[in-house]
Ligand binder design. Structure first.
Ligand code: C2E
Ligand code: MG
Ligand code: MG
Length: 467
């Protein structure tokens, strides 16, 4: 199994940065190539109508180059496309500025305006090249722009286009060149934040099926597995297995948690459907973590019901874990959503219990089935008297409200015995097993009572979570 390497985070930043750079260049090439094609089509048609065949031929060449640039860019040959568009446009714009578009008192020069978006493109596209190209190309574009703007330079021969044409032609060129400049700057600005790069990568990961669910057993007082918690992991092509702590917060900030949460729900139901045909696995209840944004979707209940029905899963097999922070906003509408879920037979667990806000009044207003004591209280249970007091209070509270209590983060036998002796119903933690890939989890269930901690596990998740 691919484990995360120490420098993995830096690698990810680098590869995300590189992906962002390529995306930027590709978008600029497609925009630039399209403008070349469109301008060549327009002017080529006009000159064909006028019967100026040498200019039609030159527009056919420019248009073909534009089509080639777009095709190469879309196929990912960004280097070839960049090395095609730069010299072709430099040559064409310079020749046209000197031969066809020489300014007169009646009509200004305009074709050189395209040098401005070309300079922006060159600055971005050749950023990683040696200085003569990285700085030289954009500076050459700007130097030519300056010369053609500030001087009358040009060969005043028979090639110059008539003023009447150049008067309205300069409007077309100016509008098109300034629009292209705007598009280039827009691409630069919208892609500027590193958040966007990670966001793009995460979205792609979801689309490319790089997300996987691992399952951490939940056991009863006799250490028999009664269920599991589904925990998402990202099988990153270069970083190995990435833990949710590294991408769930980003997904939550960017709204990607909605498609990701949908995927988790669907995959969990698919897994439950597979287990249903195996007598050893069919009775298991699968817990799925649900984020605030998911719960605030107006159609969340119907999404859950749809996922269950699509895979023919009994609702009692699915448990949704919510954290206290979810309950901070709009308790009334959340209570209604949860009530509807309960009516369908889905059970609810309050995750990370004790770490959220202090009012406990929500406990009686919500149709909860289970309280999940946060691992931070379990960790120092035997060393810290106040943690032991809190845990015992939670157990008493759960009992008096008729709720099941599960402790997470159980790492030692002593913690397990203490919790069991104080009336805790269920347990989850490395002492029994870390989260496991599906096949390893199924083997674990069949091997009851379970082996000691760490057996057959994805050690990567132990190290990453324990850290
Ligand atoms: P959580 O729901 O509280 O999940 C329990 C976390 O504790 C898991 O970390 C698990 O691997 C870890 N853990 C289990 N046993 C032990 C133990 O004995 N000791 C210690 N120190 N840790 C233990 P993981 O998988 O890294 O998940 C972290 C958090 O990411 C989860 O916390 C949950 O909030 C979030 N998450 C994971 N999967 C999903 C998902 O599908 N959707 C959403 N919305 N959040 C998810
Ligand atoms: Mg959880
Ligand atoms: Mg938790």
């Amino acid at each position: 199994m691919n484990l995360p390497r120490p420098s993995a985070a830096a690698d990810w930043d680098l590869s995300a940065e590189e992906a962002l750079h390529r995306r930027r260049v590709r978008r600029m090439l497609v925009a630039g190539g399209s403008v070349m094609g469109a301008a060549a089509l327009w002017w080529g048609s006009y000159f064909a109508w006028q019967g100026v065949w040498p200019l039609v031929a030159s527009d056919v060449l420019i248009g073909s180059a534009g089509v080639a640039v777009v095709t190469l860019a879309l196929r990912g040959h960004l280097r070839a496309a960049s090395l095609l568009i730069l010299p072709v446009l430099l040559a064409v714009l310079t020749l046209q500025s000197l031969l066809l578009d020489v300014p007169t008192p009646a009509a200004p020069r305009s074709v050189h305006l395209y040098l401005l978006p070309l300079a922006v493109f060159a600055l971005v596209a050749f950023r990683h090249d040696p200085p003569w190209l990285a700085r030289g190309a954009p500076l050459l574009c700007l130097a030519l722009f300056l010369v053609f703007s500030a001087t009358q330079a040009g060969w005043v021969g028979g090639h110059r286009l008539p003023d009447a044409l150049r008067v309205w032609g300069s409007w077309i060129n100016a509008v098109l060149a300034v629009s292209t400049l705007f598009v280039m700057l827009y691409i630069l600005q919208t892609d500027a934040s590193p958040l966007t790069a990670r966001q793009i990568e995460l979205r792609k990961a979801l689309a490319r099926g790089q997300m996987v669910l691992h399952y951490q057993p939940q056991v009863d007082a006799a250490q028999g597995t009664v269920g599991a918690e589904a925990l998402v992991r990202w099988r990153h092509p270069t970083r190995g297995l990435v833990m949710p702590g590294e991408f769930i917060p980003l997904a939550e900030r960017t709204g990607l948690i909605l498609p990701l949460g949908d995927w988790v729900l669907t995959e969990a139901c698919r897994q439950l459907a597979r287990w249903a045909s195996d007598p050893a696995l069919a009775p298991l209840v699968l817990s799925v973590n649900v984020s605030a944004a998911q719960l605030h979707q107006a159609d969340f209940v119907s999404r859950v019901v749809h996922a269950l029905q699509t895979h023919g899963v009994a609702p009692e097999r699915l448990r949704l874990e919510l954290t206290e922070s979810v309950l901070v906003q709009d308790l009334q509408s959340i209570a209604a959503q949860l009530g509807a879920l309960k009516a369908h037979g889905v059970t609810l667990s309050l995750d990370d219990f004790g770490t959220g806000f202090s009012s406990l009044s929500y406990l009686k207003r919500l149709p909860l089935h289970e309280l999940k004591i946060d691992k931070s209280f379990v960790q120092d249970l035997l060393e810290d008297g106040s943690d032991a007091t809190i845990v015992e209070s939670m157990l008493t509270l759960g009992r008096s409200l008729g709720l099941r209590v599960i402790a997470e983060g159980v790492e030692t036998e002593a913690q397990w015995r203490y919790l069991r002796d104080h009336g805790c119903h269920l347990f989850q933690g490395y002492w029994f097993s870390p989260p496991l890939a599906p096949e390893a989890f199924e083997a674990f269930v069949r091997r009851q009572p379970p082996a000691s901690a760490g057996a057959g596990a994805d050690a990567g998740s132990v190290q990453a979570s324990a850290g």
